[in-house]
Ligand binder design. Structure first.
Ligand code: ATP
Ligand code: MG
Length: 283
């Protein structure tokens, strides 16, 4: 079968997690050193290491079959590609920000103002939506320093924690778009066996990441209330303990749920609660 090619970021914020995801799917390959292309030794996949801006175009043209890239980059390049799977990492928000002491108060105040950004396409469509006429200054990096230098009245840039904005005397003003890393595919790839296998593996890894394997001990009399609190993949496994009248309960639960439930479990008589990571969940 012909190998598929997947394009991932060569270095930067998405590189490590993209590589880790593919490795967690059981793929064995050399990470980027000097070669821009490498093959998985145990899967029909070649990995191309590229600048993230180039990934949507490579996939649109079919030079790569698949890609892992931020939604922000797909929108900005307007490449025609299929969205195959949200990946849950690389989460960030494209925001408008202004100087801390700016007189701008609402979106309409941006009329006639200038906004520096590396995302002119996304910004333009946002401004059009709100019927705002502003001057877009496209710059390729270090956007945060533009207002301080007098280049613009506002900026539109990616923010995750807001630390960079703050240290440049800026404050967030409005959200333009949220983004996360996404698996994209070229058009016409829908019926591909290698893709189907890869997607199944990716989904089982993503599912496992959100869930934990939980083992706890409880007196038999308290079992009904414990099983009520825990809704696992199916009903929990109950194993008798050597001590008469006690059982161990094994189950899989969502991590978000778990922290909400832990005190309820304790007061329902659960003891020795052990929480373990899960590698994969195949449904
Ligand atoms: P390249 O050299 O590949 O062009 P880059 O400098 O354009 O890299 P990075 O800063 O590595 O890009 O970010 C890659 C992607 O990671 C962004 O497009 C965005 O989707 C996502 N991302 C997540 N959090 C952040 C953040 N705090 N700042 C910037 N990008 C982030
Ligand atoms: Mg880039």
């Amino acid at each position: 079968m012909k190998n598929l090619k997947i394009a991932i970021q060569k270095s930067g914020r998405l590189n490590e997690k993209s590589v880790q995801l593919l490795k967690n799917c059981g793929l064995d390959f050399e990470n980027y050193k000097s070669s821009l292309i490498t093959s998985a030794s145990n899967f029909n996949l070649e990995i191309l290491f590229l600048r993230d801006d180039d990934i949507p175009g490579y996939v649109e043209q079919g030079i790569a079959d698949l890609g892992i890239v931020g939604e922000n980059v797909i929108d900005e390049t307007q490449a025609k590609v299929n969205y195959l799977q949200r990946l849950g990492f690389g989460k960030c928000t494209l925001k408008l920000a202004i100087a801390k002491d700016s007189t701008i108060q609402d979106l309409q105040d941006l009329n006639g103002k200038s906004i520096a950004t590396s995302y002119p396409v996304i910004l333009k469509s946002f401004l059009d939506e709100y019927k705002i006429n502003a001057d877009i200054q496209t710059i390729s990096g270090s956007v945060e320093i533009a207002p301080g230098l007098g280049l613009s009245d506002a900026i539109c840039d990616i923010v995750s924690t807001g630390g960079t904005l703050k240290s440049n005397g800026l404050k967030p003003f409005a959200d333009v778009r949220k983004s996360e890393a996404i698996l994209i595919g070229r058009e016409g790839l829908e019926e591909n066996e290698i893709l189907a296998e890869l997607l199944q593996r990716i989904q089982s890894v993503l599912r496992a990441k959100e869930t934990k394997y939980v083992v706890l001990n409880v007196e038999k009399a308290n079992l009904p209330i414990i099983t009520e609190i825990l809704h696992g993949v199916k009903s929990p496994t109950v194993v008798p303990l050597a001590e008469e009248g006690w059982v161990a309960v094994h189950t899989v639960i969502s991590e978000d749920d778990f922290w909400g439930k832990i005190n309820v479990l304790k007061s329902a008589g659960a003891q020795g609660i052990v929480v373990m990571p899960i590698e994969k969940i195949i449904l």
